[in-house]
Design a protein around this ligand. Structure first.
Ligand code: ZN
Length: 203
């Protein structure tokens, strides 16, 4: 559905390659996407790239090393982040010890305890924000999408630019991304980074 050529995204559901909401809904219907609750669909538009990536990840379409192997490529499969386990989409977005650092950060920000399910799709389906209160519900829903996108960007930075993995850098990227994504959904006007996280902790 989507081709990621470095930083250029091509949407394959329209002839022109340009994204439209109508074409996304069409694609969802034809792929029997009713498993997804419609109330998370708006999240897909938070950041078009982040939204697309989440969509692809939840359907196992992202070209991780396990997918490349399945297609006949001869590659040593090691997660770029840990690097202990084999890389798969569910590993590096959910189960990897490095990803867990970000999940724990989210749970700490919202003051919740949460048991993550085994897959990206189940995580999104079960990401119910009723207990965080109406005020924080939208930014709660944005959180996993932002986490997925941040890890994916970090993974590619390490893979293609031969950069070293630093957990502190991952956390800072997430905080900055999350601040810029979440502020689109906060009604109290522009908040500084510090005020933003104060607001998250407020009742
Ligand atoms: Zn890992």
């Amino acid at each position: 559905m989507l081709v990621d050529l470095e930083d250029r995204m091509l949407w394959k559901e329209t002839k022109s390659g340009e994204f439209s909401v109508k074409s996304l809904y069409g694609a969802l219907e034809t792929r029997n996407a009713t498993l997804f609750s419609w109330n998370i669909m708006w999240n897909l538009f938070v950041s078009s790239k982040g939204g697309f990536f989440t969509w692809e990840a939840s359907w196992g379409k992202v070209l991780t090393l396990d997918q490349l192997k399945r297609r006949g490529w001869i590659v040593a499969n090691r997660c770029f982040l840990c690097p202990v386990e084999e890389e798969s989409i569910d590993h590096f977005l959910i189960h990897c010890s490095k990803a867990k650092v970000l999940w724990e950060l989210i749970f700490a920000l919202f003051g919740v305890t949460w048991v993550l399910p085994s897959s990206v799709k189940e995580t999104l389906l079960g990401w119910n924000g009723s207990f965080v209160g109406k005020k924080h519900q939208k930014v709660w829903k944005v959180a996993p999408l932002c986490l997925f996108w941040t890890i994916w960007k970090e993974r590619n930075r390490i893979t293609f630019e031969n950069e070293e993995f630093l957990v502190q850098k991952l956390k800072i990227s997430f905080i900055c991304n999350y601040w810029s994504w979440a502020k689109l959904f906060i009604d109290v006007g522009l908040l500084s980074l510090i005020n933003h996280f104060d607001w998250l902790g407020s009742k």
